[in-house]
Design a protein around this ligand. Sequence first.
Ligand code: NAD
Length: 410
Amino acid sequence: VQAVAAYFDEAARLLDLDEDTREVLGSSYREVAVQVPVRLDSGDLTVVRGYRVQHNGARGPYKGGVRFHPSADLDEVRALASLMTWKTALLDLPFGGAKGGVEVDPTGMTRDEVQRMTRRYTRSIHHVLGVYRDIPAPDVNTDAQVMAWMLDEFSLLHGYSPAIVTGKPVAFGGAPGRESATGRGAVEVLAALCRHLGVDLRGQRVAIQGFGQVGSWAARALVEKGATVVAVSDVHGGVVRPEGLDVDALVGLVAGGGSVVEAVGRDGIEAVGNPELLELDVDVLVPAALGPVVTDANADRIRARIVVEGANHPTTPSGDKILADRGVIVVPDILANAGGVTGSYFEWTQNIQQFTWKEERFLAELADRLSGAYQATQRFADDEGVTLRTAAFALGVRRVAEAVRLRGYV
Ligand code: NAD
């Protein structure tokens, strides 16, 4: 939470942003907190808190995911909303930034309970949502089905509105390509970075922490581009094979409800712990799970030369500083995982036009936007002599500051 504010402050200093603009960009436009009563299957009632924070909408409708998590309190949702503002601006998408959350652990709830909670939350915040006002998407513990329920609930109140949420099931207004967009996007950025460094992505050895939507698609895209995925993990632990893992087989294991650790023992695959995976002797490390995992406690032991942040804020500011001092290139989250919101933008435009794209078009546009954003970030970093993270934040903040000025707010 403090990390996002620290990165904003650094960008503001670099841009020499005036006090008035800092004040506008440093706080959120609207913060809605609601009571969400949920009737459990047992007949008991549980009352949880729900939030929707709209950080800044100067560049377009608010956009950002909804997470169901016990730590999704107002502070966290507020920080994540501002991160979305800088991310959509960096990618030059016509959106502002928002985030939603319900402070709850949904893992012990039944699907019926989650559905009732989703509908109640949607009903409580529907007045601040809208196709041109605020468009939610999935995030931690919310998925395409949850988006389908949100769309249905919103449509009961406002009429059929497929563009009100993104990340929907393909059979219900979703866009082919969206599911893979975040993982593929991270790999497109890495490919562009490798071209810049004069390094061949083919043969690069990669370790990926987290094998969910982001990590597993990043793994598939890496293999397609000829890289070698030597280690992956999930919440149960990791697997490593120095000659490279059979990613499709691991995807099959996980799709069947299993864990990657079930592959230990096959084909010379060995077990590796999640903390040890981060320190393997690889060229590229992709943190794609949850929470801060690269900190001042382990940053000096990371052996990868490139870290691609598939997850949101996997690196603490102190860990980040150690990596920078050691010359490790960090592709920051707001660039590395921006394929998700870029894919959401494509889904939204298709819904509005009632016109569907083929997946090839989706993936080609995605690659184009992400490599373009990387190039702009690299150019800024080179010109100013700063890291890719500082450059990415500064580019995002600068675009929002300009829109705020043009609107006459400051
Ligand atoms: P997911 O739930 O599909 O997958 C998470 C993966 O991490 C799973 O394999 C899980 O087992 C593993 N994991 C969870 N806790 C772990 C732990 N403590 N140690 C090791 N592994 C652990 O989630 P996702 O959609 O892939 O999202 C991953 C990260 O990427 C999150 O930080 C999310 O905010 C971020 N992100 C996702 C998207 C998207 O489009 N899905 C977009 C932008 C950012």
